[in-house]
Structure formats: C-alpha cells, structure tokens
Design a protein around this ligand. Structure first.
Ligand code: PXP
Length: 238
C-alpha cells in the first residue's frame, strides 16, 4: 500500500508575503495539489500570520475537497478560528514566535487534562484531532489518553541525520513508536523535513498512513511546477 501525501502550502504564502501582494496564491496551489493526487491540504495559521492568513484558511475551507488539516498552536485566538471554520482535522503543534519552523514535537505528557478538554471541544464540532509529537512512548500514551484520533511523528531528527547509521537509528525509533501508536488505536502519520531523498525508507514502516510535506515540495514546485512536484512525491511513496 502506498503512503498518502498531504501537501502543506504554507511556503507558497511565504513567497507571496515576500512582496506583500496577492501572488502566488496558496489557494491555487491547493487546487493543483489536489488535481495531482494529494490526499489532503495542510496549512499552519501562525500567531504572527507570517505565511497563511485568516482569508487563506477561510477560502481553503471552501475549496478543499479532500481534507483540510489546520496546524495550530493551542492558543485561544486560533482555537476560536478553528471552531468557527471547522477544518476536517486540526494538528496541534508547539509554536514559538522566534522559530524559523516548528522545532520539536508538542509536550503532551504532563498536560493531559488540558489537551483532553481541548480535544473534546474539537470533537464536539466534528473535527478530528492530531498531535504532532516526538516518536516517544510517553508522548504517544499521553496523546491516546487525550482522545487523539491521529498522531503525527516529528521526523526532523530523522531528516537531519547526517550518516546512514544515524538515519537507521532514527528509522528504528520511528518504527517502534509507530507500533506503539497503532496498538493504542491511533492513526499514524509523519512529517517535517521530508524530501524526495529521505521519504523512501519510511515505506518500510507499515503503520505510517500519510506524510505531510511542505518546504521541500514547494521548493521543487518552484522549479518543475506544482503538479509535477506532487506527482514526483506520489511516485516515491508508492
Ligand atoms: N507537519 C507539521 C506538524 C509541521 O509543523 C510541518 C512544518 O510546518 C510539516 C509537517 C512540514 O514540514 P516541512 O515543511 O519541513 O515539509
């Protein structure tokens, strides 16, 4: 079975914001990604709106026909927006204003009460909940205790491994974490730092159902076109 591909279109908006205009529109990228076979569209509405903004999220909600995954920090402002627009799925991530990208997974362990209440609020609106966590047993167990539907493993350490041996260690870490998560009844997905060179080995982890890819795919799309870039990724995931 192939791994499904969810395309994160944040960095199309990053390019737009570089000039503060209206192009390129991440909404157009979402349409092209779906036409090319993506199984979902992902965007991260950050507190500082550095890439996608409120208008983008609302229009995406209107036009996405596969699955809209809104990545978000658990801040009341963004929670209110999510409960209002009702994406298919929210992915809870840690967020720091000064970071270039999401650094590390969410600390769910130790905060189960808070995240369980939040998960219930989303479930009441029919929104599925995913937790973006490190591939570690305590975080997986905490996410399950919160009532998560899905967990997304942060693959940054795997993607940044600088040798074959280091990469094997991280692949094994992801493999055993995926088993634990599947046994806990969670859908397993993965993302961060994935590209055409490092996604192949993830196919050996049967529990991973979907990957979420942004930066490298959008970078490739700038050179070869959005649909072709998505098709290349789908080919690798088959
Ligand atoms: N998954 C989550 C939860 C993320 O926060 C990000 C980065 O926004 C990604 C996947 C995609 O990472 P990348 O842009 O490195 O492909």
């Amino acid at each position: 079975m192939s791994i499904r591909l969810a395309v994160n279109i944040d960095h199309v908006a990053t390019l737009r914001e570089a000039r503060g205009g209206i192009e390129p529109d991440p909404v157009h990228a979402a349409v092209l990604a779906e036409l090319a076979g993506a199984s979902g569209i992902v965007c991260h509405l950050r507190e500082d709106r550095r890439h996608v903004n409120d208008r983008d999220v609302r229009v995406l909600r209107e036009i996405v026909t596969t699955k809209l995954d809104l990545e978000m920090a658990a801040s009341e402002e963004i929670i209110a927006i999510a409960l209002d627009i009702v994406p298919d799925l929210v992915t809870l991530v840690p967020e720091k204003r000064e970071e270039l990208t999401t650094e590390g997974g969410l600390a769910v362990a130790g905060h189960v009460e808070r995240y369980r209440t939040l998960t219930e609020r989303f479930h009441e609106r029919g929104i599925e909940v995913s937790f973006f966590i490190e591939p570690e047993a305590d975080q997986i167990e905490a996410a399950a205790a919160c009532g998560a539907d899905i967990i997304e493993f942060h693959t940054g350490t795997y993607a940044n491994a600088r040798s074959g041996a280091a990469s094997m260690i991280q692949l094994e870490r992801l493999t055993s974490a995926a088993r634990i998560a599947a046994q806990a009844g969670l859908v397993v997905t993965a993302g961060h730092g994935l590209d055409l060179r490092n996604i192949g080995p993830l196919r050996s982890i049967a529990e991973i159902e979907e990957v979420s890819i942004g930066h490298a795919l959008v970078g490739r799309a700038v050179l070869v076109g959005f649909e072709r870039a998505v098709e290349e990724y789908l080919q690798m995931l088959r």
